[in-house]
Design a protein around this ligand. Structure first.
Ligand SMILES: C[S@@+](CC[C@H](N)C(=O)[O-])C[C@H]1O[C@@H](n2cnc3c(N)ncnc32)[C@H](O)[C@@H]1O
Length: 279
């Protein structure tokens, strides 16, 4: 079981879809324009948000394989996709969804991206995708990932990778210390070895360029205000919990920071999207 609850993924989904970089999304669509159908593998799929955020730009017939190590999240993905589609049919293990003019078949596979990466890429889809995943990985895993994708000439589209920038309003005297401690926590092992955290896109871009890919990067920040108050509060609480775990700040300072953050008017959380294709 991972630390990502279905409720947290549902809470962030509208902000994730609004933040997604539109130019990169269009570029991915343009790359596959003229194709009638496409096979896609989504890594660390959680409850299926990335499919719902990407499908509209891709060809009319899509086959998605959602991969996660959390079996419960994969079950939630099936339920949420069935509720989201205009029509849903079950064909054996697969879901067949109709959404507007798209027909999307979906299957789910439980796998560990650390142990099973080469096996998964061996399915040879047309496109690999991932959302909010790369910052959990280690440098070593990202280099292995780039090498494996290069050997199969597989393109990669990732979105919502945390980039370390945060701007909360109004500012608070402890913001910088809290952010430094949060970044420290971001580098802890999330199952792939020491995590790259906010350096994920920079490290990935370098690895993919070295492996012979053309790489484009676009910003996809969360801009959270009054309408996203529930997400903003959950984010502040999550950050405070992570900071406390580091022991870099005492409990009173973190409690004071969190109290101020509960009254925040807005915040910007930096993310980057990446589109890497073999040349
Ligand atoms: C931040 S969540 C993002 C989920 C989803 N992509 C989204 O955007 O809503 C990261 C996801 O990666 C999955 N994950 C983390 N480590 C994994 C691993 N080693 N193998 C497979 N899945 C993993 C988690 O279970 C979780 O669903």
């Amino acid at each position: 079981m991972s630390g990502f609850s279905p409720d947290w993924l549902a809470l962030r989904e509208p902000a994730d879809h609004a933040a997604r970089n539109p130019e990169l999304l269009s570029a991915v669509g343009a790359y596959f324009a003229g194709r009638h159908s496409l096979t896609i593998v989504d890594l660390g799929s959680g409850a299926g948000s990335n499919l719902r955020g990407s499908y509209s730009t891709l060809p009319n017939r899509q086959h998605w394989t959602l991969v996660d190590h959390d079996e419960k999240l994969l079950q939630v993905a099936r339920e949420r996709l069935a509720a989201w589609a205009d029509e849903t049919q079950e064909q054996g293990e697969e879901l067949v969804l109709t959404k507007g003019e798209k027909i999307i078949t979906v299957d789910t596979r439980q796998a560990d991206l650390n142990k099973d990466l080469e096996w998964i890429l061996g399915w040879q889809p047309d496109l690999i995708t991932a959302a909010a995943l790369l910052d959990l990985a280690s440098k070593r895993w990202l280099e292995r990932f780039a090498a494996a994708l290069a050997s199969q000439r597989l393109p990669l589209y990732t979105v919502l990778t945390y980039d370390g920038r945060e701007k909360w309003q109004p500012e608070h005297a402890t913001d910088a210390r809290v952010l430094a401690a949060f970044h420290h926590h971001q580098h802890s092992d999330k199952g792939f070895g020491p995590a790259v955290g906010p350096n994920a896109t920079e490290i990935s871009a370098e690895a993919f360029r070295k492996a012979g890919f053309a790489v484009s990067i676009g910003e996809s920040p969360w801009l959270l205000g009054e309408k996203q108050r529930e997400l903003l509060l959950a984010l502040a609480e999550g950050s405070a919990g992570a900071v406390l775990e580091t022991g870099h700040l005492d409990k009173a300072s973190v409690t004071e920071w969190l109290a101020a953050r509960r009254d925040s008017e807005s915040c910007m959380i930096g993310h980057l999207d990446l589109w890497a294709r073999p040349v």
